[in-house]
Design a protein around this ligand. Structure first.
Ligand code: ADP
Ligand code: TPW
Ligand code: MG
Length: 575
């Protein structure tokens, strides 16, 4: 026997542990107490053992939904959300969510079982063979593989640090099947575990960058503060609010930053978006990228007036990504905003004229919208249905709102005011369909708050099977489906004459509420705003899993909601 074999040999009397237990211990040691996943070879027993050891294991119907759940758990808690998948196909199903987490700067760890290295690397056709590590790498922030039980502690620690430090993102952790059963001395195993100290260290901005930013902000006649989902994520709510209020500047919340300060705050410019983007002279970005969602900081939406940009972000490479940033402030948002606040001294708030222009515009827009929101049409239009939901969210400000669709997304985002931080979660940077049920489940699990999902009928379809999961765990989730018979609208016709439906339309008069009833939840068919209001309130009061099929006029939507302009157009004449 060689020395290595000798040391690996197991003494019958020795106190032992194994890969299964070490992974569980490593997760628990670091406060990762929830796993979202789908069981199967080689992780079925791992799920059972994790559950027995006190980890909450949420078993989904599809890995993509489990992955989205983990990603938003990361956003809501600042701890990496954990998703657990089986090899090859399960891994690939979870990978979309890992890429989504990375794109959205949410901390997440995708843990996947994998086949044996020896067989995968020789491409000998193992069960669910795939070189998962190589495939994951370009789609996430970091990717690691653990081959020895003694390295599990380090592997999990590296995954956690990579996910939450600096700009948060998705991390892949590859665990080959053999690792789970690997045995080692229990004391040595316990010693090999790592409790990560200060996983996301504060990143203090340089004093120069703070001074520069304050000088630029002070010079502004028409300042604007844009709050992004990085600001929500940072959980620096009080500092942000104090800073915004002291500055006196109007603020514009990006979708998932709504509620950081209430949408009804006197400085909120949400309903005067085009005015503030066009006319502002100094724009301060806090945890928001100048990507497509902000028209890259240039072009028509930003008007003719020259602008100076100040940007706060933890990622230095974000600066100057689209336009020149005259005052980059690199650091974590809590530290940066606090430093700005401390440096403000006796601040002269933004000019009264500018605030008046913005609030007048905002109040006009809100007044114009008001009567539309009060209609009681049947079948419903978006405004009638959303008018009701807007009031319900106002009355229940601690509920979490999940929102996806095209018209259903754009109109709900504009109409439903949010009052508290991190209460609105939606399609994010990619405008992705399919986050709905995964987000709803994680929001209920992580926060214990009631969840209201406002879903386009198409959007819902991407994750609809998870209504069974919602019923199985008896979660306080109320799903409202804006059923307009299709993608954008239900009125398209196929001009070919072959009898197929047009590509964007679904079965007319579908009853999604019956899906919920199939699993013992509450299903309701609502045909008017009054019925919708009653059904949502009943669901929120009872906390029972509920699905409301809200019957919308199939002609109510427009192509691609608010972003129809992004569709390429054929220059040729239609035949
Ligand atoms: P939105 O879509 O709301 O505009 P983005 O996802 O584009 O927001 O931008 C979020 C930004 O916030 C990212 O550039 C990310 O690096 C940054 N960020 C995330 N967390 C922090 C933090 N704690 N401190 C500083 N910046 C952060
Ligand atoms: C993963 C493309 C954008 S919006 C949408 C699709 C399919 C559905 C819109 O219809 P819905 O809403 O939900 O019924 P409404 O109110 O306008 O009728 N695949 C993915 N992501 C995206 N964004 C698409 C496709 C898309
Ligand atoms: Mg629809």
């Amino acid at each position: 026997m060689s020395a290595v074999e000798q040391s690996a040999a197991v003494d019958a009397d020795e106190n032992l542990t194994d890969g299964f237990n070490l992974i569980i211990d490593a997760l628990k040691l670091n406060g990762l107490n929830t796993i979202y996943g789908v069981p199967g070879i080689p992780i079925t027993d791992f799920g059972r053992m994790a559950q027995a050891a006190g980890i909450r294991v949420l078993s989904f119907r599809h890995e993509q939904n489990a992955g989205y759940a983990a990603s938003i758990a990361g956003f809501l808690t600042k701890k990496p959300g954990v998703c657990l998948t089986v090899s090859a196909p399960g891994f690939l199903n979870g990978l979309t969510a890992l890429a989504h987490a990375t794109t959205n700067c949410f901390p997440m760890i995708l843990i996947s079982g994998s086949s044996e290295r020896e067989i995968v690397d020789l491409q000998q056709g193992d069960y669910e063979e795939m070189d998962q590590l190589a495939i994951a790498k370009p789609l996430c922030k970091a990717a690691f593989r653990v081959l020895h039980a003694a390295d599990i502690g380090i592997g999990v620690a590296r995954a956690i640090r990579a996910a939450v430090s600096g700009r948060p993102g998705g991390v892949y952790l590859d665990l080959p099947a053999k690792l789970f059963g690997q045995v080692m001395n229990a004391d040595a195993g316990a010693k090999s575990l790592v409790k990560v100290i200060d996983a996301a260290p504060a990143q203090i901005p340089s004093p120069d960058s703070i001074k520069r930013a304050l000088d630029v902000l002070k010079s502004a006649k028409k300042p604007l503060i844009i709050l992004g989902k990085g600001a929500s994520y940072a959980q620096a709510d009080d500092a942000i609010r104090s800073f915004v209020e002291k500055s006196g500047a109007p603020f514009l919340p990006m979708s998932m930053a709504k509620g950081l300060l209430p949408d009804t705050h006197p400085q909120c410019a949400g309903a005067a978006r085009s005015t503030v983007l066009k006319d502002a002279d100094v724009v301060l970005l806090i945890g928001a990228r100048l990507n497509w969602l902000l028209s890259h900081g240039k072009g028509k939406a930003w008007g003719e007036a020259p602008k100076k940009f100040i940007q706060i972000d933890i990622e230095p490479k974000e600066m100057d990504s689209n336009v020149e940033i005259v005052a980059p402030v690199v650091g974590d948002i809590g530290s940066c905003v606090t430093a700005l606040l401390n440096g403000m001294g006796s601040w002269t708030a933004a000019s009264a004229d500018w605030i008046k222009t913005v609030t007048t515009k905002r109040d006009d827009n809100i007044a114009k919208m008001a009567p539309k929101l009060m209609n009681n049409n049947s079948p419903m239009d978006y405004h009638g249905a959303l008018g009701v939901l807007r009031t319900i969210v106002k009355e229940r400000p601690d509920a979490i709102l999940v929102n996806e669709g095209a018209n259903t997304l754009d109109l709900a985002r504009g109409i439903i005011d949010m009052y508290q931080p991190r209460k609105r979660i939606d399609v994010g940077t990619w405008g992705i369909m399919g986050i709905g049920m995964g987000y709803a489940i994680a929001a209920a699990i992580e926060t214990g708050k009631p969840v209201l999902c406002v879903e386009g009928d198409s959007a819902f379809g991407f994750s609809g099977m998870e209504v069974e999961t919602i019923c199985r765990y008896n979660l306080p989730v109320c799903i409202v489906i804006f059923n307009n018979d299709g993608i954008y609208r239900g009125t398209d016709v196929n001009t070919s004459g072959n009898g197929d439906p047009a590509p964007t339309v679904f079965v007319k008069g579908a009853r999604y509420d019956k899906m919920m009833e199939a699993f013992g939840g509450q299903g309701v068919n609502a045909t008017s705003p009054d019925e919708l209001k009653r059904a949502v309130n009943a669901a929120m009061d009872s906390g029972k899993p509920t699905l409301i099929n809200a019957v919308l006029d199939p002609a109510a939507g427009s192509e691609s909601g608010r972003i129809g302009n992004l569709n390429p157009q054929s220059k040729l004449k239609k035949k």
